[in-house]
Write a protein that binds this ligand. Structure first.
Ligand SMILES: [Zn+2]
Length: 537
């Protein structure tokens, strides 16, 4: 049917333009898909196994394989901020998943909102982007088209709250207690369809669910490493260390708490996305709508097993199927010709250090005991030499009390020397960075710009550690991300439309370019405050 219609359009348009130059119609729906901790190789290594959503996106998408987050600390909050706001996270002030706020003198969550109340359950945290004075793609869309709807959802609260911009119509996230909730920053009550969904969602029924491979074991042995691999987390039936399939829920464990680390969360997220499209008539009212979907459980699973595990391979095979179901649903309800998809990730990640070393690389785990000792020695020596309370320490981050330091007639460098002297003796700590040196250009290391893009004048610590290449703080099992190195900054970016023919674009792009590019594609002017720029589609 569609082909016939296209033929008619071509015939009618022949007088004015050739069929090949016919521009695709402006989309009425933007679907932003953000997979937590997705490295580009998780698309390429299993490419020929994908038959669902990843298949469609690759076959109809322009794939940018040299896309990077140009900031560090590479974690969830800042990564989603770069994608959704087109700005470096330091400038916005979103410098971590949580961070020490110098003025409030306490650690704050990046989507903390003390004024908001939870909507949709008695348990959970009320979250929003209230504390940030800026706007993102969702806001730009709504400013240009007041009828546009912006809905964002994800397992993690920060994922949902950040992806929709500052003022989406609705942000939905999991309360880790069996309900998907929002806050009264967005709505006074949940839409009926989400309440219905919560009523039916019986997390307790996952108690006896087993996570098993979707394909025969041989396929996994061909594409991933052996299942039992030293370094993977074993949190199920772990009387003997055995990080292998099948993976279930321990009898004494509340299934609603492990839900964030299983593929099943993403299946529920897809169900909610489909309900949002149907019940909010997304993509069917002319003005473009934005549906942003974050896949948060993918992060927990990558942390536990690493990108070369059979578990992560299976999580991606399953997500491919779930996404295929979503794309089919969108085709039925909205028509794929009306939709533009973006697929990307909030950060990459390091393979398990054991895997890195086995494959000839350099890496390791930072021993928490060694760190704790070094931190104590620093505290003791600083106190002995200079006296008490010259800084606030948050982990390995130092916030100097400049007034006291000045009064005590000490130079900050003297404190720095003690900190650097002890902490750089710890295997896996490359060096201690000084905020002021990065800001005034005295620090000229090659990763300097990524760190600089993360700096916030108030909230960034004065002295903070830079991890060595290949090293992580996860101990004794699992892996993580957060560094300024390419394995943490490199993420896939695919922009897909039904009319596009799948191809690769080798251009170097940054994740802050995504929001301005989509804005421009929708005919919206890119705000001056954007750090990103439009890339060619
Ligand atoms: Zn993570």
């Amino acid at each position: 049917m569609k082909k016939i219609l296209l033929g008619l359009v071509c015939a009618a348009a022949l007088n004015h333009m050739s069929c090949t130059t016919l521009a695709p119609r402006s989309p009425s729906l933007v679907v932003m898909l953000v997979v937590d901790q997705m490295r580009p190789d998780l698309l390429t290594r299993f490419d020929h196994l994908y038959e669902g959503g990843f298949r469609w996106l690759i076959d109809h998408g322009i794939s940018f394989n040299d896309a990077h987050h140009e900031h560090s600390y590479t974690v969830t909050g800042p990564g989603h901020a770069a994608i959704a706001f087109g700005q470096h996270p330091g400038k916005i002030g979103l410098i971590g998943n949580s961070y020490y706020d110098r003025i409030k003198k306490k650690n704050v969550n990046c989507v903390e909102d003390p004024y908001a109340k939870v909507i949709g359950a008695t348990q959970g945290k009320a979250r929003s982007m209230r504390q940030y004075d800026t706007k993102g793609l969702g806001d730009w869309i709504k400013e240009k088209n007041p009828d546009s709807k912006v809905i964002s959802l994800g397992g993690k609260d920060r994922t949902a709250c950040i992806l929709g911009g500052k003022d989406p119509d609705l942000a939905i996230y999991y309360n880790k207690k069996g309900k998907f909730i929002s806050s009264d920053y967005y709505v006074d009550e949940l839409p009926f369809w989400l309440s219905d969904f919560n009523e039916e969602l019986d997390i307790g029924s996952y108690k006896d669910s087993l996570w098993e491979r979707s394909l025969p074991e041989k396929v996994y042995l061909d594409h991933a490493r052996i299942d039992h691999y030293e370094g993977e987390v074993d949190d199920y039936d772990n009387s003997v260390y055995s990080p292998v399939f099948p993976i279930g829920v321990n009898p004494q464990t509340d299934p609603s708490s492990v839900f964030m680390d299983r593929p099943w969360l993403e299946r529920e997220i897809i169900k909610i996305a489909k309900m949002a499209i149907d019940n909010e008539s997304l993509g069917r009212q002319g003005a473009p709508d934005l549906l942003a979907i974050g896949f948060s459980a993918m992060d927990g699973m990558a942390h536990n097993y690493g990108p070369f595990s059979q578990e992560i391979m299976d999580a991606y095979i399953k997500l491919d199927r779930y996404l295929g179901d979503l794309i089919e649903h969108i085709n039925d309800g909205v028509g794929l010709e009306n939709v533009v998809f973006v697929l990307t990730a909030d950060h990459g990640g390091l393979p398990l250090p054991e895997h890195v070393v086995e494959n000839g690389g350099k890496g390791g785990r930072i021993n928490p005991k060694h760190i704790a000792e070094a931190l104590t020695w620093v505290d003791e020596e600083c106190e002995e030499v200079f006296g008490k309370k010259l800084y606030h320490r948050d982990g390995g981050n130092y916030f100097l009390d400049m007034a006291r330091i000045k009064k005590a007639n000490i130079r900050p460098e003297q404190i720095y020397e003690i900190i650097d002297g002890y902490l750089t003796k710890v295997d896996g700590i490359e060096r201690m960075a000084i905020k002021q040196d990065i800001l005034n250009g005295r620090d000229t290391s090659n990763i300097n710009q990524r760190i600089k893009n993360m700096l916030h004048s108030e909230n960034t610590p004065d002295i903070f550690p830079i991890v060595a290449y290949g090293y992580i703080s996860s101990y004794p099992h699992g892996t993580t991300h957060g560094s300024p190195y390419d394995y943490d900054t490199n993420v896939p970016v695919i922009v897909a439309r039904e009319e596009f023919k799948g191809r690769e674009n080798p251009s170097r792009i940054a994740t802050v370019d995504i929001a301005p590019t989509i804005a421009k594609y929708l005919g919206i002017d890119i705000p001056d405050y954007c750090d990103g720029k439009e890339f060619e589609l």
